[in-house]
Design a binder for this molecule. Structure first.
Ligand SMILES: C[S@@+](CC[C@H](N)C(=O)[O-])C[C@H]1O[C@@H](n2cnc3c(N)ncnc32)[C@H](O)[C@@H]1O
Length: 348
């Protein structure tokens, strides 16, 4: 289970089987001495190899200090041979010196010793960084957050994942990384077709191949790209019976980009925009609470049973509260009527 978790998470660096913990080295040694020997022995056999690492948070130790701390563990029944290059078992001493770099204590606040089990996927944050991405926009989703969302959606190989506010497809990339087929829609013709002004500094216009497909190609994930369509998510285009496994999206909040939907002359039309040379569309404002209402309604109709909808919801902290449901579960939400609350949010 621990390895399965670490194969997906971008939030944790490593996971260990904890053998001991203390608030001083004395406490740590006492804790290690009380750890059942039969749980240790399988990893300390004479025909095995091992290595002990030491990692400190908020303090740098000299090599001599590190060796001293490792040597102090000689009371543990290590019978195997030390192998620094390719050990079978790796043990870690973790020392926590707090969070304040201007006030580092002489001795650690917490000490841990454990057997290393697995590393998390934090390197994905760097390898999928938006900074090095071919096609970006003003609101391209950060790589780390995209992976967190794909994990919340429990995206798995061969799923079909849909983003109704796809933008530059930042959220499609993390799902495709986990082997899902991805597609999306966006109201903005220029974004879907990779046209118009570039979002990068020192670049005026988007280049010929700046689009979502090229982004997926950049990461070797093109085979997972189904398509992206120009469409207003308030007007569903999907045939009844079409089902997605997961919907992952970052709706517009009206802060960094406008919230809008297509309108008609009959409705209160706010503006008529010229989107491309020969395409004019009329848009009216799209209230935040309506966006979320439409999104929930769409998910209720177009998700498979047990499918997941993952989205961002801007909140106003003073009014965002914990609710205890009748079954005793703790849920987060608004007590006041949703429309009223979101209305206030837009004003913020
Ligand atoms: C926060 S951005 C999404 C960014 C995207 N996750 C990415 O990584 O690039 C929201 C997107 O919603 C689009 N949008 C706004 N109103 C829309 C509507 N009514 N229907 C579909 N897309 C809409 C905007 O054009 C914008 O690209």
């Amino acid at each position: 289970m621990a390895r399965g978790l670490m194969k997906r998470t971008v939030c944790a660096k490593s996971i260990f089987e904890l053998w001991g913990h203390g608030r001083s080295s004395g406490e740590l040694y006492a804790s290690l001495k009380s750890y059942p020997v039969d749980k240790m022995l399988p990893y300390l056999q004479s025909d095995s190899t091992y290595k002990i690492h030491i990692h400190t948070f908020n303090k740098t130790l000299t090599q001599a200090e590190k060796i001293k701390k490792i040597d102090a563990l000689e009371f543990l029944p290590f019978n195997g041979k030390v192998n620094l290059k390719n050990p079978e078992h790796v043990f870690w001493i973790l020392e926590d010196y707090g969070m304040d770099p201007n006030n580092v204590p002489e001795e650690p606040i917490d000490l841990y010793f454990g057997r290393w089990i697995a590393d998390g996927q934090r390197e994905l944050i760097e390898s999928y960084s938006v900074k090095k991405r071919h096609f970006i926009g003003n609101t391209s989703m950060d790589a780390c957050l995209s992976f967190i969302m794909a994990n919340h959606g429990r995206v798995k190989p061969n799923d079909v994942v849909f983003d109704p506010f796809v933008g530059t497809g930042g959220l499609l990339i993390s799902s495709a990384h986990f082997g899902a087929y991805v597609c999306g829609t966006d109201i903005d013709y220029n974004t879907i077709h990779g046209l118009g002004k570039a979002s990068r500094k020192n670049q005026k216009w988007r280049g010929p191949d700046e689009n979502i497909r090229a982004n997926l190609r950049q990461y070797g994930l093109e085979k997972y790209y189904l398509d992206a369509l120009v469409s207003d998510s308030s007007k569903t285009i999907w045939r009844k019976g079409m089902l997605f496994d997961v919907i992952i999206t970052d709706p517009p909040y009206g802060i960094r980009e406008a919230t809008r939907r297509t309108g008609s002359q009959k409705e209160t039309v706010k503006s008529a925009e010229r989107s491309t040379e020969n395409h004019i569309f009329i848009s009216s404002s799209y209230h935040l609470s309506d966006i979320f209402f439409d999104l929930l309604k769409f998910a209720a109709e177009y998700l498979v049973m047990g499918g997941r909808l993952v989205y961002w919801l801007p909140i106003y902290r003073p009014e965002y509260v914990f609710l205890i449901s009748a079954s005793g579960e703790v849920e987060r939400g608004y007590i006041i009527q949703r429309k009223l609350c979101l209305g206030k949010l837009v004003c913020l």
